[in-house]
Design a protein around this ligand. Structure first.
Ligand SMILES: NC(=O)c1ccc[n+]([C@@H]2O[C@H](COP(=O)([O-])OP(=O)(O)OC[C@H]3O[C@@H](n4cnc5c(N)ncnc54)[C@H](OP(=O)(O)O)[C@@H]3O)[C@@H](O)[C@H]2O)c1
Ligand SMILES: [Zn+2]
Ligand SMILES: [Zn+2]
Length: 351
């Protein structure tokens, strides 16, 4: 396999395409592959954009349970259908579609039989059980794709397919009411969209970050109040405002999440969407006094991705993106891991 240096314009041979795969834990490398034919119920997508989500770290480090390398990461994928496998009737060649993390339920496990496809016990997981979107070409399950509205560019739509749907679904499913105090902890890829969704859903919105660097950005995105958790006691500030009805925890630190519980109002909820590798420490008494709850929320289904995209168009919500060429995936991934992305890096294959 050839492996061009950074900055090289990738020119695949006829019948081949470029992809960036995790060849061994921690190693992202550019490889040339044969263009595959979509199987039954699948489509082949010519990728136009793929966001780099922090969850990609579970693929890059090899941490995801059962992961087999090599594997192409990427689950914020937008592109055009260029091939239809047998039995695919709903989608058309040339149609612009997106693929998120959970991209094909098995349809037979108990959660699926109960209509809870996002909690399928044997799903196709883009970039984990199947190759994802750090590539010029991707095979996707037809039942796992979403239609992309014309109003959104591919680079803008891509982050909405994971960072967007995850925060949008978590907030709209939280049983909140207009005017409720909602805090979004962590102002990264997820958090910067969470702030916008919270504001546009009508909640009094608090952004919790570390340091003052993101304060202006968070307020520009719609936060009424910004808390610098490095300098202020976030829970005391929230209690001073009456307590949060919900805290959407998007950060990568379990330690930081558990400490937020005392900032909740009575019957307030800590919604865990960040996936830290450290433990969330909890004390019982702050949970008991006030009847707080803490629960997780996992991304969403393709039709919910379409809801996310439609709401974003309706409310003029846009992710802040930085684009980089596909072949700079390793550099882009490192930048995201260092917390330098503002706020989502999107990989773009060259023509
Ligand atoms: N539930 C789901 O379905 C789902 C979907 C997508 C992603 N995720 C997970 O969500 C998390 C965020 O993903 P992302 O793509 O938004 O990542 P990202 O863009 O890299 O942002 C990382 C976030 O973590 C925060 N953070 C880092 N260290 C922290 C610390 N010590 N204390 C408090 N906050 C800290 C940062 O907050 P500051 O603003 O303070 O720097 C930043 O907001 C990841 O764990 C990812 O795996 C889950
Ligand atoms: Zn993701
Ligand atoms: Zn299932």
């Amino acid at each position: 396999m050839s492996s061009p240096s950074q900055g090289t314009v990738l020119k695949p041979k006829t019948g081949t395409y470029w992809a960036v795969e995790v060849s061994a834990p921690g190693q992202l490398r550019v490889v040339e592959r044969q263009v595959p034919e979509p199987g039954a119920g699948q489509v082949r997508i010519r990728v136009e954009a793929c966001g780099i989500c922090h969850t990609d770290a579970y693929t890059v480090t090899g941490f995801y349970p059962g992961l087999i390398l090599p594997r192409v990461p990427g689950h914020e994928v937008v592109g055009r259908i260029e091939g239809l496998g047998p039995g695919v009737s709903r989608w058309k060649i040339g149609q612009r579609v997106g693929v998120g993390l959970i991209a094909g339920e098995d349809g037979v496990c108990e959660p699926c039989r109960r209509g809870d496809a996002v909690n399928c016990q044997n799903p196709v997981v883009s970039g984990v059980t199947a190759d994802g979107g750090y590539a010029e070409v991707m095979i996707a399950e037809a039942r796992g794709i979403a239609s992309i509205p014309d109003e959104l560019s591919s680079t803008e739509a891509a982050p909405l397919l994971c960072a967007g749907i995850t925060t949008y679904n978590a907030l709209r499913n939280a049983g909140l009411r207009g005017g409720d105090l909602v805090a979004v902890q962590g102002i990264g890829g997820l958090g910067h969209l969470g702030v916008q969704f919270s504001r546009h859903m009508g909640f009094r919105t608090v952004a919790i970050g570390r340091g003052r660097e993101k304060e202006k950005l968070a307020k520009d995105l719609g936060a009424h109040v910004y808390i610098d958790a490095a300098a202020e006691d976030a829970t005391a500030v929230l209690q001073g405002m009456g307590g949060a009805r919900a805290i959407l925890a998007t950060g990568t630190s379990g330690d930081a999440m558990g400490k937020l519980v005392p900032g909740l109002a009575a019957r307030g909820k800590l919604i865990v969407v960040g996936a830290p590798t450290d433990q969330i420490q909890l004390s019982a008494l702050p949970l008991l006094f006030g009847g707080h709850s803490i629960y997780g929320a996992l991304t969403g289904t393709p039709i919910e991705a379409e809801d996310t995209l439609a709401f974003s168009v309706q409310e003029n919500i846009h992710p802040m993106v930085e684009t980089l060429p596909l072949e700079q995936a390793a550099e882009a991934y490192a930048r995201m891991m260092e917390g330098k992305a503002r706020f989502r890096i999107v990989l773009v294959p060259k023509d």
